[in-house]
Design a protein around this ligand. Structure first.
Ligand code: NAP
Length: 354
């Protein structure tokens, strides 16, 4: 079942810039290469996967803009988490065979028909798990799981406040919070996002388009006889962080996840001292180098939760490779609710939705 072809389609970032213009436009930093070489197996333990679906994360967008902490040399194939089917294996591969359904996170390269990864970086997608959902899971749910379960050690009855709660990482944090038995407060903008969050059993949703965060959360806490927030999950930063700090309990944990607002917040050390706060900077991807077992255990647990229906991956937009600019537009214009996906397999019939 090895690929008899030697060339594939892949999205190439050839210069830095905003990838929201049509990829056929000369202004586009990305192009669809139709005759890119299919990557060869690079070691006896490497595995080639035919990509089924790959996820768009805010970081992928920032990387093409040249604003992400990791700046690969040009040209590069963007992409990080993906799912697919094993197409070829190196001679020493023991855990996978051709035809297995897998998912993984690569440093780069998943916006293509094929990708090569080492077997240690692949996970088997369990029976009953949708392959598209498995491709959306690693970065978003992985980040929130490591942050909430491993770092903050979120406990039953604690109050969790999630900012950017309808975005990729936010929506996963909300669901993991519920699985952990926390009282979950979600902050998002607009009726559609609020409706989805409520349908997930979130205890209180603040609609930023309507009200003030502090006022709304304080009212809810009072009604439930709760003192304040124990864990703040923050992928947004800026003014919203500053306001949220006013809601934190003594001994609270702050999870610094990202800066979707474009503004890095200042967390005053004097207040952290007086209030005994713990500030966790969390860069999920770096666990692959420093604590790979934490990442692997976390993803295995998430895949099992997914197959049991404890968590659900919400995909608001699906595109094909040549519609990648629309996928980046959905992220840029804050239209994504949950995940935006690129479905790579030609047979998938992916349709634009914006
Ligand atoms: N630390 C890590 O390892 C890690 C891992 C994954 C992601 N991240 C970071 O987490 C952040 C969110 O990632 P994501 O994939 O969840 O992104 P996303 O799906 O685009 O969600 C971001 C959310 O932030 C809110 N937001 C507030 N101000 C915004 C602004 N000015 N522009 C855009 N969004 C704004 C939006 O919610 P409303 O419109 O409802 O306000 C949006 O739903 C990014 O900074 C990303 O780099 C970090």
């Amino acid at each position: 079942m090895n690929s008899s072809r030697s060339l594939m389609e892949a999205l190439l970032c050839e210069k830095l810039g905003d990838p929201v213009v049509p990829i056929t436009s000369p202004a586009s930093p990305i192009t669809l290469a139709k005759t890119h070489p299919i990557p060869s197996l690079t070691s006896p333990t490497s595995v080639r996967v035919r990509v089924h679906a790959t996820s768009l994360n805010y970081a992928n967008y920032l990387q093409i803009l040249g604003k992400y902490q990791e700046k690969p040399p040009l040209p590069f194939i963007p992409g990080s988490d993906y799912s697919g089917v094993v197409e070829a294996v190196g001679e020493a591969v023991s855990r996978f065979k051709v035809g297995d359904r897998v998912c993984s996170v690569a440093g780069l390269g998943s916006f293509a028909e094929f990708i090569v990864d080492d077997e240690k970086d692949l996970l088997l997608v369990p029976e009953g798990c949708d392959l598209l959902a498995a491709g959306a899971l690693p970065v978003a749910f992985g980040t929130s799981h490591v942050a909430l379960v491993h770092r903050a050690q979120l406990k039953v009855g604690q109050v969790l406040l999630v900012l950017g709660a309808a975005g990729g990482v936010g929506l996963s944090a909300v669901q993991i919070g519920k699985v952990c038995g926390a009282v979950v407060i979600a902050v998002a903008r607009g009726a559609e996002k609020v409706q989805l969050l409520e349908s997930l059993g979130v205890d209180h949703v603040v609609d930023l388009s309507k009200g003030n965060v502090i006022e709304s959360v304080k009212k809810f806490l009072k009604m439930r006889n709760l003192k304040g927030v124990d864990v703040l999950y923050d992928p947004v930063g800026g003014k919203l962080t500053k306001e949220s700090l006013k809601l934190l309990n003594w001994g609270a944990s702050i999870l610094v996840i990202g800066f979707a607002s474009g503004e890095v917040p200042v967390i005053p050390a004097n207040i952290a001292l007086v209030k005994n706060w713990t500030i966790h900077g969390l860069y999920w991807g770096s666990h692959k180098i420093h604590q790979p077992h934490v990442l692997e255990d976390s993803l295995k647990e998430l895949l099992s939760w997914l197959s049991k229906g404890l968590i659900k991956v919400h995909i608001s937009h699906k595109y094909s490779l040549h519609e990648a600019n629309l996928a980046f537009t959905a992220i840029k214009e804050r239209k994504a609710i949950g995940k935006v996906m690129i479905v790579v397999e030609k047979s998938s019939g992916a349709r634009a939705k914006l």
